[in-house]
Design a protein around this ligand. Structure first.
Ligand code: NDP
Length: 283
């Protein structure tokens, strides 16, 4: 037993409002991992130096959040398959003397989804084509979904994502413009809100036709806070199974811990601590 802890953390700006450190350190404590997760406010101008510093100090990895998810790529030695397709990195892993960029946002979604539905052969509808939508669409396709439908207001962004998934994965992908309340097709198995609608607004409902939310559907949301969004509450009323954004946030952190330490952490511990620091009633 020595006095030198393994170092990990997060680079973003602003960083003060990022609660990830609480759940990561709770996971380390519960798993008996002698590691620290340091939440660091890094400006865009200082990103290169911060990455060099992490390397010099022997960090085993770090998360990148806004606004560094794309810019960090220039400072890395390589990219994992999904990060390359998504074009963004939120988790850097020190591997074989180099720094490799991974994207755990979509993997977090798929891991959380796996507990409720096996992704193989599913038709996944993704509402939104921003960073979260790209990650979820690509990762669901790589996990074996057979069809991905992208629904987005901005047609060029939505079409580009559908084309990317269609051309670079085994899944078929199509795009639907989002001009009115979206009716989920009967072929869909999973529908996920990957827009920012509902963030910090418990009663803001994403534009879906609530009548199309069937009991057979898995209805998911990326919004971590508040986790019981108006959309998920509507889905529950229609008898559908739901997956909240807090679960995805916990799962992407758990995937990072697996990549950095080779240990599977206790997600219940992580969720409970995250709920606590976010002031949520229940985990
Ligand atoms: P981006 O800014 O990259 O993308 C935003 C997306 O939301 C775009 O597709 C945009 O559509 C769409 N959108 C915004 N407002 C509306 C609206 N009123 N109606 C329909 N579509 C809308 O953001 P991110 O993808 O990075 O993040 C999205 C959300 O995901 C955030 O709230 C974030 O907190 C959450 N998130 C959660 C994670 C988790 O682990 N739980 C991980 C990562 C993100 P358009 O292209 O037409 O403008």
């Amino acid at each position: 037993m020595g006095f030198l802890s393994t170092l990990t953390g997060s680079f973003s700006t602003p960083a003060d409002d990022n609660p990830t450190v609480a759940m990561m350190e709770a996971a380390y404590a519960a798993a008996g991992i002698d590691a620290r997760y340091v939440n660091v406010d890094v400006s865009s101008a200082d990103l290169a130096d911060a990455v060099t510093g992490a390397k010099a100090m022997g960090w085993v990895g770090f998360n990148c959040s806004m606004p560094h998810k794309v810019a960090v790529i220039d400072h890395l030695d390589g990219l994992g398959e999904s990060a390359e397709l998504i074009g963004a990195v939120n988790c850097v892993v020190a591997r074989d003397g180099g720094l490799i960029g991974e994207n755990t946002d979509g993997r977090g979604f798929v891991e959380a989804m796996r507990e409720l539905r096996h992704p193989a052969g599913t038709h996944v509808v993704v509402l939104g084509a921003g960073g979260a939508g790209r990650a979820i669409a690509v990762e669901s396709a790589l996990a074996g979904a057979s069809r991905i439908t992208i629904v987005n207001r901005n047609a060029s962004r939505g079409e580009a994502l559908a084309a990317l998934v269609d051309q670079h994965t085994a899944a078929e992908a199509d795009f639907e413009p989002w001009t009115q309340a979206y009716a989920v097709p009967t072929s869909a198995d999973v529908v996920v809100n990957a827009t920012s609608v509902g963030l910090g607004e418990a009663d803001e409902l994403v534009a879906v036709d609530v009548e199309s939310l069937r009991p057979e559907l898995l209805v998911a949301d990326v919004i971590p806070n508040p986790p019981r969004t108006a959309y998920l509450r509507a889905a529950e009323r229609k008898g559908a199974e739901t997956l909240d954004g807090l679960g995805m946030l916990v799962a992407q952190g758990a995937v990072a811990i697996e990549l950095w330490h080779g240990v599977t952490p206790d997600r219940d511990v992580m969720r409970a601590r995250l709920s606590e620091v976010l002031g949520l009633d229940s985990g």
